[in-house]
Design a protein around this ligand. Structure first.
Ligand code: IPD
Length: 260
């Protein structure tokens, strides 16, 4: 994973330096893919496939059929070669490569790598979550909601049904009122890393894709955090919503988001 990410990072850094020359395609409303995404994904797919040809590969930029919940039987690589594409296109250096090994729907190991800062986050099931190999990540211990910082992703209008759009706006409004603030930095993998190292007490998002969160979910779990869905049910790989938080704030966050 590390070798794949570092090789892809060289390509991403080169493309970031000349981002105005990059070819861009719009996959859907405000959903862009760049030549940088596809180049990085090819590098990662080659490296991972070379080492584990028996694993199935799901990458953001190449997969027409995305398995739904319970569709990830056997071993899978789940990859977002460039999480934060919109940031990248706007010359904001906040983006990451996200790689997870998932077996029977359960993340086993994960790597999230920030090319512009050379920062690596690794998690291994039952082995903890680590920043740059030496710093163990642990979720926040804050218990007071009004002192807690949350992160979210704001879905582009039309991504969600009108009902879910309204639900998200209500959630955002409630969090704005009750917490120390809500951040929207534009890379879900790094939002989850932020929960894992205690920068954020909580994160939630609706309309998210499995490649954005597969690695980050393991980071939060191995840092002692809670990951679930916005109907209150336990996390299942392949569903399109998520909330993640420190256990110390879980019940307050569930109340705030009006989870069952
Ligand atoms: C996006 C980012 C963003 C999140 C979106 C994702 P991409 O991923 O993670 O933070 O809000 O839902 O689609 O498209 O840049 O890989």
């Amino acid at each position: 994973m590390r070798k794949a990410a570092k090789k892809a990072a060289v390509s991403l850094r080169r493309d970031f330096a000349e981002v105005e020359k990059i070819t861009i395609t719009e996959k859907g409303p405000a959903d862009f893919v760049t030549a940088a995404d596809t180049r990085a994904q090819s590098i990662i797919a080659y490296e991972l496939g070379y080492n584990r040809p028996d694993f199935q590969f799901l990458g953001e930029e190449s997969t027409p059929n995305v398995p739904g919940p319970n569709g990830f039987s056997g071993d899978w690589w789940i990859v977002d070669p460039l999480d934060g594409t919109t940031n990248f296109l706007h010359r904001l250096p906040h983006f990451a490569i996200s790689i997870a090994h998932v077996c029977d729907g359960v993340p086993q190991s994960a790597l999230i790598y920030e090319p512009m800062t050379d920062t690596e986050y690794v998690a291994v099931r039952h082995g903890g979550a680590w920043k740059n190999e030496t710093e163990r990540m642990r979720v926040s211990g804050r218990t007071i909601l009004s002192h807690s910082l949350f992160a979210t992703g704001i879905p582009f209008k039309g991504t969600l049904t009108p009902e879910l759009h309204a639900t998200f706006l209500r959630e955002l409004s409630r969090c704005m009122t009750a917490t120390a603030g809500v951040r929207r930095f534009g890379a879900a993998a790094l939002d989850l890393v932020g929960v894992a190292f205690g920068a954020y007490e909580g994160y939630w998002e609706r309309g998210i894709h499995v490649w954005d969160i597969a690695a980050g979910v393991l980071m939060v779990q191995e840092a002692g955090g809670v990951v679930a869905h916005l109907d209150g049910s336990p996390f299942t790989m392949g569903r399109r919503d998520i909330f993640a938080c420190a256990p110390s704030i879980e019940f307050s966050m569930r109340d705030l988001l009006e989870l069952p």
